[in-house]
Design a protein around this ligand. Structure first.
Ligand code: NAD
Length: 497
């Protein structure tokens, strides 16, 4: 693909036009595995946000998207899914080079992105209102769902196109128009989506993509009075700022934020299955995953055996060239993130967590000297250690032992986050009790896989609010309008004057 062959210049996508930033600014986008510059990206500013919002508002208020038959909207969204499926291999490679994730991971995401657009193509015709019991004799009452308006979609760098699709697909299905801002470090696949949307026949201004490297761009979107809703995925710290800023213009907000999710491994688990699942749960996407099950809580009766099996397998994971199909752990996406992982490993050591594996940067050979790689790492830590409590967002597992079910639940819930959890147990009663007691948006029993289109995804507590991926997500991209109709024969005359 041209974009990956040499540093390509990219543009903003506004009103179905490809445009430079209004001041002509660009920045360099690099491949985290090699350090090579792969694109010179348009560096948008607040005035470009104005242009994108104007296009999106115009499309909302004067365009035909919101008023188009839902079945026609559905066909265009479905066409987007088909085009993504056709180009999945090429787009996956762009994601690998932009983000540093492995090819296998990126290909898996592309499948999930197609599923997401297909799911919401179907949802477009099912955004039902209600017929309500008459509030008084001779009255009909109904609700209709209308698009919430212009959506500002802001996504992080760890799953660039996947998390964009979780927002763009339901927004389009509900009849909204969108200004999408990918993370500065990983802008390229959002631009691939724009190309596909254009080809699929999405009308002018319905999807706009603004790229830029600084925090100011996201801030300009959140502040903009022409935007009605912010759909944000990112860190809890930024999410709090987003919510506070959005409150100034009473925007609707959904927040998918950070996590410190646990795997609970009970003594009655199928050990091999639990080891394999826990390994994937924490090291998938090099641990740069909001729902990474980075706290492994393991029952004392099996802890030694489990930890030994886990670390033996973890040692076999290959860190290296993300484009090599044999690689399981790719590059760390940003220098800031690599520094953060390093600092958490140092904190772990200084607080007395026991190093079981890794804990250091790793060199993966010629051609990758400038790459950012961290070893597969594991610690045995106390619940109070920061490495057990704070989001590391890297390939770092922390083990803690528990005595019994009550203590497992207590430890699992002792977190400011509440995104996900996995339970490993062959006892259906125990697993179900634990699932009920956990304060997390998702609970996966005997599997690390917990994210599927059609299954709502989102957080309890400081992991955010709102749900993505579900049919209920449609309500979060809609306003409910109540329509009340008087059907009596006798004209109403309330004042009787
Ligand atoms: P981040 O919060 O720094 O950035 C996220 C996005 O917000 C980026 O596009 C960024 O440019 C933008 N942004 C930064 N400052 C902003 C501001 N003041 N106003 C508006 N937008 C702003 O997060 P990150 O480092 O890119 O991503 C990692 C974080 O994302 C982790 O904490 C992770 O847990 C979280 N995450 C959550 C989920 C989920 O579904 N819950 C999924 C993936 C990642």
């Amino acid at each position: 693909m041209a974009v990956t062959a040499a540093a390509t210049k990219t543009q903003l996508f506004i009103g179905n036009q490809w445009l430079d930033a209004s001041d002509g600014a660009t920045y360099d986008d690099t491949n985290p595995a090699t350090g090579a510059v792969i694109a010179r990206v348009a560096n948008a500013s607040a005035s470009d946000v104005d242009r994108a919002v104007a296009a999106a508002r115009d499309a909302l208020e004067r365009g035909k998207w919101a008023t188009m038959a839902a079945s026609r909207r559905a066909k265009i969204i479905y066409k987007i899914a088909q085009l993504i499926a056709e180009r999945a291999g090429d787009i996956a490679l762009v994601e690998v080079r932009d983000n540093g994730k492995t090819l296998g991971t990126a290909k898996g995401e592309l499948g999930a992105i197609v599923d997401c657009f297909e799911f919401y193509a179907g949802a477009a015709t099912k955004n039902y209102g209600n017929s309500l019991p008459g509030p008084m004799p001779n009255y009909l009452a109904q609700t209709v769902r209308e698009p919430v308006g212009v959506v500002g979609a802001i996504v992080p760098w760890n799953f660039p196109l996947l998390l964009a699709s979780w927002k763009v697909a339901p927004a389009l299905a509900a009849g909204c128009t969108v200004v999408l801002k990918p993370a500065g470090q990983t802008p390229l696949t959002a631009l691939e989506l724009a190309k596909i949307a254009l080809e699929a026949g999405l009308p002018e201004g319905v999807l706009n993509v603004v790229t830029g490297e600084g925090r100011d761009l996201g801030q300009a979107i959140v502040e903009h009075p022409g935007i009605d809703k912010i759909a944000f995925t990112g860190s809890t710290a930024t999410g709090k700022r987003v919510a506070a800023t959005a409150a100034q213009t009473v925007k609707r907000v959904t927040l998918e934020l950070g996590g410190k999710s646990p795997s609970l491994v009970f003594g009655d688990a199928d050990l091999q299955q639990a080891v394999n699942g826990a390994l994937y749960g924490v090291f998938y996407n090099a641990g740069q995953c909001c729902e990474a099950r980075s706290r492994i809580l393991v029952q004392e009766s099996i802890a030694d055996e489990f930890i030994e099996m886990f670390t033996a397998k973890a040692r076999k994971l290959r860190v290296g060239n993300p484009e090599d199909p044999q690689t399981q752990i790719g590059a760390i996406t940003t220098q800031e993130q690599l520094d953060k992982i390093k600092s958490y490993c140092q904190i772990g050591a200084s607080e007395g967590a026991k190093l079981l594996l890794g804990g250091e940067p790793v060199s993966v050979g010629p051609g990758f000297e400038e790459g950012k790689f961290w070893s597969v790492s594991a610690y045995e830590a106390q619940p109070a250690h920061r490495i057990s409590r704070e989001e590391v967002f890297g390939p770092v597992a922390s083990f803690t032992r528990f005595k019994d079910e009550a203590q497992a639940i207590e430890l699992a819930n002792d977190s400011e986050y509440g995104l996900s959890a996995s339970i490993w147990s062959q006892n259906i009663g125990r697993a179900s009790r634990a699932a009920k007691a956990l304060r997390t948006g998702t609970v996966a029993i005997n599997t690390p896989y917990a994210v599927f289109p059609g299954v709502p995804f989102g957080g309890y507590k400081q992991s955010g609010y709102g749900r993505e991926l579900g049919i209920e997500t449609m309500a979060l991209y809609s306003e409910t309008k109540s329509v009340i109709t008087y059907i009596g024969e006798k004209p109403i005359d309330p004042f009787g004057v």
